[in-house]
Design a protein around this ligand. Structure first.
Ligand code: ZN
Length: 149
């Protein structure tokens, strides 16, 4: 378990310092704002679709290390996926951090996103980790903003 914690720390620090796809997409097909007032995380997620596939996805904004690292990894994982696959991942990620999906025994396609499983021990952090996913989901459904409470 401590090995997983070390990996978690390392990945969070790396993505926080050097977030992937941290940029605007000019003329993005879809975008949405996500706010987590409890922590002060505020992200905007941009999505470009092509034939129902996520051709490009990015984010901007400010927030704590967990929200930024989670958004960074979300963009890496979702890029190139279909809208349906992205929604499935959102659902699996959400259930994992809430503790209703056991990522080790139940079938899922979370892969490296599993390092976020530990946040379920910290209810206040669940919203940080899932904010970018809620925001992506809002963008895909054409909502302009989402607030996690
Ligand atoms: Zn946060």
């Amino acid at each position: 378990m401590s090995e997983l914690n070390d990996l978690y720390q390392e990945v969070i620090l790396d993505h926080n310092k050097n977030p992937r796809n941290f940029r605007e997409i000019a003329d993005a097909d879809k975008w949405a704002d996500g706010n987590n007032p409890l922590c002060g995380d505020a992200l905007r997620v941009y999505v470009d679709l092509e034939d129902d596939k996520v051709k490009d996805v990015s984010f901007k904004g400010s927030g704590c290390a967990i929200s930024k690292a989670s958004a960074s990894m979300m963009t890496q994982v979702v890029k190139g996926k279909s809208k349906d696959e992205a929604e499935t991942l959102f659902d699996e990620f959400h259930r994992m951090v809430l503790g209703t999906l056991d990522e080790e025994t139940e079938e899922n396609s979370l892969g490296k996103l599993k390092i976020f499983a530990g946040v379920r021990e910290f209810p206040a952090r669940v919203k940080c980790a899932s904010l970018s996913w809620h925001t992506l989901n809002a963008a895909l459904h054409g909502d302009d903003s989402v607030t996690t409470e």
